[in-house]
Design a binder for this molecule. Structure first.
Ligand code: 4AD
Ligand code: MG
Length: 434
């Protein structure tokens, strides 16, 4: 690129910009022309500003070319910043020259379009102001998690996504052809993080996880961003305290850095600053008693569905830990409780306001016989888990960990109806394009 550098759109809003020349480039959010004046709103990553262009300033040919630019067409603009009370935020750029890079075809995304129409054009729909706000918040959420982990001295790891066995049992794993042998897309990085814990003590990873569940619900996607951590020397209380600190820290950080986007998306930032530890805790056994009183009977050993999770948290502004599940409900690696061997030292964190499970956490079983027994109960051949069982033979230590679905968190945080709104290219049972 030659010539003078381009200014960010935000430059136009700086106090000393009035009367100054700017050179901008970006995309046209919308435009209209009347009486020889073109009004267009130009956006770049730093914001949007009104640009006015007069036919007599641009010349007939350049004005006609600029008038033909469609929404989302790309342009370069040179002009002077001026205060104008009629412009949004009281500022505009009066153009001296507009260079059209790509006038564009009529942009197909507008208002009143069906969800399917928009999902088919998701590669374009991600440009809407609402989507820009959502994915700015998401970038901040990821940054805030990493900052928290760094502050807690937890090291980021890069476990594999492809593997030769399906960590949580085969049913919900996508199988692929791995050079003629079965391979699986990861449902969780947990087992690898457990291995990485021994040399590092405190580890985490953010990876895509895949679930071949045909669940058409507002909280399931088949590919999601999974943040998982494993902590050595940690019991259930220590684990829940860690998760509470993480929740509070991430929420405050997003409230501090993205208040405007949060407010636009329907979450007043103050609500993200209001959390305090400890969060309410309820054992599975108490939860099913409470649900029975609420007219939602659940037999001991049955899983709680979305309706039950909702009933337990609908009235709660805080997230709620549901703990001590019957062990037959949960994965083979969860630690048996010593006070009641029918249950495991596990917790799901249910989002506030009825949003359901956002975190799955547990202490890990250290007793190799219990692990093998549980695999057999689940009709899984322990031979496939030999490397994992080996971890219990070389410096076994108590440890615990959890996984949080980033999109589940965002669905609650941004009060979205469907989880797919929180991921740029959602994968669901009926869709894996664009
Ligand atoms: O509860 P899950 O299945 O737990 C595990 O995979 C553990 N191995 C994690 C660990 O301890 N390292 O999944 C963890 C979280 C859920 O609480 C949920 O937030 C999210 O992952 N999740 C999904 N998010 C979106 N769509 C789906 N289909 C999801 N399945 C799980
Ligand atoms: Mg779970």
């Amino acid at each position: 690129m030659s010539g003078p550098a381009f200014d960010p759109v935000a430059r136009a809003f700086q106090p000393d910009a009035v009367g100054q020349s700017v050179r901008l480039h970006g995309w046209v959010l919308r435009s209209r022309s009347s009486g020889g004046i073109l009004f267009l709103v130009l956006r770049d990553r730093t914001g949007a500003v009104q640009v006015t262009a007069r036919k007599d300033a641009l010349g007939d040919a350049a004005f006609a070319a600029a008038e033909h630019v469609q929404n989302e067409g790309s342009v370069e603009i040179e002009g002077a910043v001026a205060d104008d009370p009629r412009a949004p935020q009281g500022r505009e750029v009066r153009a001296r020259a507009i260079t059209v890079l790509d006038a564009g075809l009529p942009f197909p995304i507008g208002s009143d379009q069906t969800e399917e129409f928009l999902l088919d054009r998701r590669h374009l729909a991600i440009r809407t102001q609402e989507n820009v706000a959502i994915f700015r918040v998401k970038a901040e959420v990821l940054r805030a998690f990493r900052a928290f982990m760094e502050a807690e001295d937890v090291l980021e790891m890069t476990p594999p996504i492809l593997s030769g066995n399906a960590a949580e049992g085969g049913a919900e794993a996508f199988q692929i052809d791995y050079f003629g042998r079965p391979g699986y897309l990861g449902q969780t990085a947990q087992l690898y993080l457990e291995a990485l814990l021994f040399p590092n003590e405190r580890v985490y990873a953010i990876t895509p996880s895949f679930r071949a569940e045909k669940s058409r619900t507002p909280r399931h996607i088949t590919e999601f961003q999974h943040l998982e951590a494993e902590l050595a020397w940690c019991d259930l209380d220590g684990l829940l305290a860690f998760i509470e600190r993480m929740w509070i820290s991430v929420c405050r950080s997003v409230a501090d850095t993205r208040p405007k986007e949060l407010a636009e998306l329907g979450r007043p930032p103050e609500e993200l600053r209001a959390f305090t530890a400890p969060f309410p805790r309820i054992r599975y056994a108490e939860a099913i008693e409470r649900l029975a009183r609420q007219g939602l009977p659940v037999a001991w050993g049955s899983d709680l569905g979305a309706a039950e999770e909702r009933a337990l948290t609908l009235e709660s502004a805080a997230p709620v830990f549901l703990t001590h599940f019957p062990r037959e409900l949960k994965a083979f690696y969860m630690l048996r409780s010593t006070d009641d061997p029918r249950t495991v030292e596990a917790a799901d964190l249910l989002g506030p306001e009825g949003y359901g499970e956002i975190v799955g956490a547990s202490c890990r079983e250290t007793n190799i016989d219990h692990l093998v027994e549980r695999l057999r109960e689940m009709h899984v051949d322990p031979a496939g888990y030999e490397w994992y069982l080996d971890l219990r033979r070389h410096g076994n230590v108590p440890h615990a960990g959890f996984g949080i679905g980033i999109e589940r968190l965002m669905r609650w945080m941004l009060r979205r109806t469907h989880i797919r709104e929180t991921t740029p290219f959602p994968r669901t049972p009926s869709r894996h394009t664009p």
